[in-house]
Structures are given as C-alpha cells and as structure tokens.
Ligand binder design. Sequence first.
Ligand code: T3D
Length: 260
Amino acid sequence: MSFTTITYTVEDNVAVLALNRPERLNSFNADMHTELREALKCVENDPLVRCLVLTGAGRGFCAGQDLSDRNDTEVPDLGDSIDKNYNPLIRKLLGLPKPVVCAVNGVAAGAGASLALACDIVVAAESAYFVQAFCNIGLIPDSGSTWHLPRAVGLPRAKGLALLGEKLPAKKAEEWGMIWKCVEDDNLMEDVMAMARNLASKPTKALGMIKAALHESTANSHHLQLEVEKEYMRKAGRTKDFREGVAAFMEKRKPLFKGE
Ligand code: T3D
C-alpha cells in the first residue's frame, strides 16, 4: 500500500505508523485523515499485527490541524470536520482491540496532543512537549482532550493547560502522570520498539479486553463494572492463549502466545 502523508510498515507483529508531513510538523490535512483511516483498517484486520506504534517523522510529533487549510474568509463548520475526521480517528484508536503505543518524538500540539492522549501507552522523548494550543487560536480542546486530560492530570491541571495553552515538557508530563514515561531522545524508538515487541508477544485478545474494560469503567458504577469484568473474564477464559498461559506456567516454561 502506498501512502503520501503517512508511512506504514509491519515487522515482528508490530505495525509502525508515522505521520509524515515533517515540513508542517505532521499537522493533519484531509489526505492524512483518509490515509490514517486506511492504515487503521489494516491494523484492525491484519491478524499478524498485534501492536501499533504511532509516531511522527522529523522533529515534531503532530501540530494538530493544518491551519493553512483554515485560512480563508469563509466561516467553516468545524463541527463537521470533527464529526468526519477527528472523532472517528479517536474512536477507532480507543476501540482497537490491540495495544497502541505512542512514541512522541517532538512537539504534540492541538489535536496532536489529543491524539497522543488517546493512545494506550505514551512514551515521549525528553525534548518533546505537549501544548493544548486550541485556546491560542480561539478554539476549544477536541479529539477527546477535555475527557482524557482531567482524568489523566486532574481538573486543576487540565484547566491550567487548556486555558493557558503553554508548553508542558515531557518530563513534567511524566511527573504529572499524563504519560507513561519520558526517555532520552536517542533511546526513544529503541525503547518503544522493545516495548511494542513485548506487547505483541502477549495474549492479544486479553490485552484488547483489558483495554475495553478499563475504558468502560469510566462510565460504570463499581457494581456494573464487576459484571463487565465477569463477561470479559468469561471470554478470556475461552481463548487459546489462556490455555497456553496456564500450560506454560505448569510446565515451568515461557508461554508462546499466538493472539488466539
Ligand atoms: O479545523 C478543524 O478541523 C478543527 C480541529 C482542530 C484541531 C486542532 O488541532 S486546532 C490546533 C491547531 N494547531 C495549532 O494551533 C498549533 C500551531 N503550531 C504552533 O503553535 C507551533 O508551530 C508549534 C508550537 C507546534 C511548534 O512551534 P515551533 O516554533 O517549533 O515551529 P514553527 O516554526 O511554528 O513551525 C514549523 C513549521 O511548521 C512552520 O512552517 P514554515 O514557517 O517553516 O514554513 C509552521 O508554519 C508549520 N506549522 C506548525 N504547525 C502548523 C504548521 N502549519 C500548519 N498548521 C499547523 N498546525
């Protein structure tokens, strides 16, 4: 498959998707949204893909919407843009029954920051930073940021970030619990790929169910969540990987999970 605004490769059961418009800090345009949809379909449907790594080409991760597409005199319907492009992208990532690791290689601004927050595990290079840039141009945080941010860092910090639109360095994002960890710039891809290969060797179906159960917990009472756990446990118990996990434990060997 050939793409122009992203790159997509698969190796060792890990798909690596890189946003690839470095001259615009990988900001989103219509073509990129179309190609992202195509690539995420491949991730979802390819049984060989058991983990996705999302990153950016060049010095930035993603600077949100390409503002040169918004620089005209017509009043745009941004709700339409959110509905057609951003919300489906975020929903797809959250609903993907496979782990998604985000390697934040540089600035993540606007919807680029929201994109990172929608991934399951976020690892950022030390020189990277996050900006809720929306308020700087008269917009509001989108792509799930108003949902993820307060849950990740608490309401007072979420408000500070969203209202001030200042840079949050990766190290501070780690201290605040907004991301999994911050690593030295030179180690970013090596660390992320090691993590991704490890995730890809785990029982994929169970990982998908863990992700879904954790997401569902945010809307459920404790009582209801116990029921959710029961149902996923029922499904997990029927997977081949569960049988393999128990057999390997009993035989004192390393399990060989196949994502089945
Ligand atoms: O519209 C809808 O559909 C609704 C949805 C909206 C979602 C959103 O994401 S709204 C928020 C949009 N994003 C921003 O407001 C961020 C704008 N960019 C910046 O604030 C800064 O560029 C950064 C903080 C991200 C990085 O700063 P810096 O100093 O490292 O780089 P720079 O010099 O500003 O940018 C480098 C180049 O990338 C530059 O081009 P040039 O001058 O070299 O030709 C710059 O114009 C371009 N660039 C950066 N961000 C964008 C962009 N071009 C278009 N759109 C961008 N978002």
